[in-house]
Write a protein that binds this ligand. Structure first.
Ligand code: RTP
Ligand code: MG
Length: 156
């Protein structure tokens, strides 16, 4: 049963291209932490889709590196459900930069499976509103535009 006062939420988790080979261990960590994975799929993002997904960062210095990284290979998109899932999943992820995560939160996902400030293994929505938008992006409720490029991984 759920903790009194806690709120069941949905969030979007992504396993980024650098960590897809470690998806078994990452999924194990998600489930061991008590989350439920209610949807999952592998996707190869187009550049236009990655730019749309990370639109909030379009003027940042790291934007082009981020888009190249996120389109460098398949990713795993998951709908993750649990008590306060948005903040709980971000907490399990650890600091954005995997090098910093290794010194500050060594048991975190980014510490264990990421590399640096760009290649950091996984993503989590940063608010309830972001989670709603990002889940709709990957798992549209009705006919909307979604990344359709779920095959041909061997082409990249
Ligand atoms: P995310 O959105 O992927 O869950 O990561 P986050 O909230 O912790 O970090 P955010 O500021 O939203 O940055 C998005 C992603 O951009 C890459 N990044 N690179 N080289 C850099 O300085 C830098 N800063 C951010 C990372 O892949 C980061 O997760
Ligand atoms: Mg973010």
């Amino acid at each position: 049963s759920r903790k009194v006062g806690s709120k069941k939420e949905k969030t979007l988790a992504l396993i980024k291209p650098d960590a897809v080979t470690k998806m078994g261990s990452i999924i194990e960590a998600i489930l061991d932490s008590g989350f439920v994975i209610s949807k999952a799929k592998m996707v190869l993002l187009l550049r236009t889709e990655a730019m749309d997904f990370y639109n909030e960062h379009h003027s940042k210095s790291f934007f082009s590196d981020l888009i190249s990284f996120m389109t460098s290979g398949p990713i795993v998109a998951m709908e993750v459900v649990g008590d306060e899932a948005v903040s709980s999943w971000r907490k399990l992820l650890g600091p954005t930069n995997s090098s910093i995560a290794r010194s500050e939160l060594p048991q975190s996902i980014r510490a264990r499976f990421g590399t640096d400030g760009t290649k950091n293994a996984a993503h989590g929505s940063d608010s309830i509103a972001s989670a709603a938008r990002e889940l709709e992006f990957f798992f549209p409720s009705s006919g909307g535009r979604a990344p359709k490029n779920t095959a041909k991984f061997t082409d990249c």
